[in-house]
Write a protein that binds this ligand. Structure first.
Ligand SMILES: Cc1cc2nc3c(=O)[nH]c(=O)nc-3n(C[C@H](O)[C@H](O)[C@H](O)COP(=O)(O)OP(=O)(O)OC[C@H]3O[C@@H](n4cnc5c(N)ncnc54)[C@H](O)[C@@H]3O)c2cc1C
Length: 234
């Protein structure tokens, strides 16, 4: 897959989908191929780059990103300041957190665990598998967020679950309000060894701390290390 060093992404739309997460839709200045799970490196200012995973699937009309702008930072401030029709200079597509690099053809099923905007590359894979590849193996998603009030993508995953019986969606809220009726705590609290076999491909994405603790749990319950793939946001 070709990596472009001078790519321009035109902002088609920018929308807050929760109080601190921006859903960015862009159009590249050329026809390019990327794989579900890859990322682009945005040039924020000379010699300052920030990586953002693609949340769309390669067959989607636009490239989409989910960007957490909770904390001030060079990347967050840059994305907050973007307007429609602005151009983002970037390098990409980059990265190996992809289905093709993880021997997915031989997996019995897929277990995906994402926290916060770590859901982005997992959404890309889910869309790729279900919508574009008519995947029939089981795809189990655990999506962890802190607050139910700030939930995003919930309706989209519920809709996919209705449409595709092999897709099992679990939303997990760590600091729920009194009216949240779903799963609480951390994703790993709800993942047991039941139903997970030695051929399950596992994909984890989120902050380093979250990825490490989820991975440790999965190894403890018997998932082979070689079947666990991760993307850490730092
Ligand atoms: C492969 C990869 C893919 C990624 N994909 C995504 C993605 O899809 N979505 C996503 O949201 N993130 C993603 N990230 C993380 C992203 O690249 C950035 O690291 C992250 O958004 C923080 O960058 P920043 O420039 O906003 O903060 P930085 O400038 O790097 O600062 C880091 C932290 O320091 C603190 N800080 C900095 N400046 C100030 C200030 N002025 N006042 C107070 N505190 C401050 C803040 O806590 C801030 O979060 C990815 C990372 C990698 C490696």
């Amino acid at each position: 897959m070709q990596i472009y060093r001078d790519l321009n992404l035109k902002v088609i739309s920018k929308e807050f989908i929760s109080s601190n997460v921006i859903f960015l839709r862009v159009e590249p200045d050329r026809l390019l191929r990327y794989e579900a799970g890859q990322y682009f490196s945005f040039s924020i200012e000379p010699k300052v780059n920030r990586s953002y995973s693609v949340a769309s699937a390669p067959g989607d009309e636009f490239i989409e990103f989910l960007i957490d702008v909770t904390n001030p930072g060079k990347g967050a401030d840059f994305v907050r300041g973007l307007n429609e029709n602005d151009s983002i200079v970037c390098i990409g597509p980059l990265g190996f957190f992809t289905l093709s690099k993880t021997n997915h053809e031989n997996a019995s099923q897929f277990l995906l665990v994402g926290t916060g905007t770590g859901i982005a590359p997992l959404r890309s894979m889910i869309r790729e598998l279900l919508i574009y590849k008519q995947e029939t193996r089981k795809i189990i998603l655990y999506f962890g967020l802190r607050y139910g009030e700030d939930m995003y993508l919930y309706d989209e995953f519920v809709e996919l679950q209705k449409k595709f019986p092999n897709f099992l969606f679990n939303m997990v809220i760590s600091r729920p309000s009194d009216n949240w009726r779903g799963l609480t705590g951390y994703c790993q609290h709800h993942i047991g060894s039941d139903g997970i076999d030695l051929n399950t491909n596992v994909y984890i994405c989120g902050s380093t701390k979250n990825v490490n603790s989820i991975k440790e749990h999965l190894i403890n319950i018997g998932c082979p290390k070689a079947k666990i793939f991760e993307e850490k946001y730092g």
